[in-house]
Design a protein around this ligand. Structure first.
Ligand code: SAM
Length: 283
């Protein structure tokens, strides 16, 4: 790769160079995200992996809602986190970059007669919300798509009142330089709208730097997925599928088992990504 085209990931203290600047100037991350998610609103709305599970439970546990919270759910997708919070808080504003996801979420809210959630198309890096107006901000399974995580965190800090809560869960890379590069390469090969999965230590540092105190953190796992399902053979070429399969084969047996719970199953294998959840209070 020509040195002049290297692009560093914003917020990464290691200045890792994973995507080329030319990729970003030709097509911005936001455009790539919209292209990706505009085609998948129906799929997400029916995805049991997104509708429930430990990554949703941990947000609800960390949020400890009392029923009075003015809440924002950032990158709501088809609204699963917003809908789970709605009966437990005063109201929820649910935002997402992709109009098709917001439209699907609104349709589902109407069908379920959920009245205290409103939806807005907005980027996580620029929230159309008044300063110091909220008690709780949540964000689930989305920041690895964000163009600028420090900007997102500064927006969350801005919209929360003093002592407001920020609850996050997202896929993360293990605390290993080799696996950070490996995992982000594999994720980006499969989905061009993947930007960066930080390791937990970098999340802790970025959240603290943004003006929050960390109250609780925990490792979480999503359900194991079939490789052949996850790799989207209907969308990715046979060459790309093989490249990703070869990348998994590069892992040592210990890395595959410990970090990715890889379990062979005939021509297929099952695996999961590591996830990390944070409960942080705005200072
Ligand atoms: C996996 S889905 C969301 C899952 C959802 N939070 C849930 O709990 O089910 C990821 C979402 O992030 C949104 N997204 C990606 N980048 C974004 C950004 N910069 N700002 C706002 N939304 C973004 C996508 O449009 C997509 O709907």
């Amino acid at each position: 790769m020509p040195a002049g085209l290297l692009f560093s990931i914003k917020g990464s203290p290691f200045n890792r160079q994973l995507k080329t600047e030319s990729q970003y100037t030709m097509k911005s991350v936001h455009t790539a995200v919209r292209e990706q998610f505009s085609q998948h609103a129906d799929y997400y709305a029916q995805s049991s992996a997104h509708a429930k599970g430990d990554t949703l439970d941990v947000i609800l546990n960390f949020a400890e809602p009392k029923g009075t919270e003015q809440t924002l759910d950032v990158a709501t997708g088809t609204g699963f986190t917003a809908f789970a919070l709605a009966p437990k808080v005063a109201d929820v504003v649910a935002t997402d970059l992709t109009p098709e996801m917001v439209a699907k979420a609104s349709e589902l809210a109407k069908a379920q007669a959920i009245e205290n959630v409103t939806f807005t198309v907005a980027a996580a890096e620029s929230l159309p919300i008044a300063t110091a107006s909220l008690d709780l901000v949540t964000c689930r399974l989305a920041p690895h798509h964000f163009q600028d995580v420090p900007k997102f965190l500064s927006e969350v800090h801005r919209v929360l009142r003093t002592d407001g809560l920020f609850c996050l869960v997202d896929s993360v890379s293990p605390e290993s330089e080799k696996l950070i590069v490996w995992q982000n390469r594999v994720e980006t090969l499969r989905d061009n709208s993947h930007v960066y999965g930080y390791p937990p230590s970098e999340w802790d540092a970025m959240i603290t730097d943004a003006g929050f105190s960390l109250e609780r953190t925990t490792d979480v796992r999503n359900a194991q997925m079939s490789f052949l399902w996850w790799v989207r053979p209907e969308k990715n070429s046979a060459e790309v599928v093989q490249e990703i399969r070869d990348a998994f084969a590069e892992l040592s047996p210990d890395e595959a088992r410990t970090h990715y719970t890889v379990r062979p199953s005939g021509d297929d294998f099952y695996f999961s990504w590591p996830m990390y959840a944070v409960k942080a209070r705005r200072k």
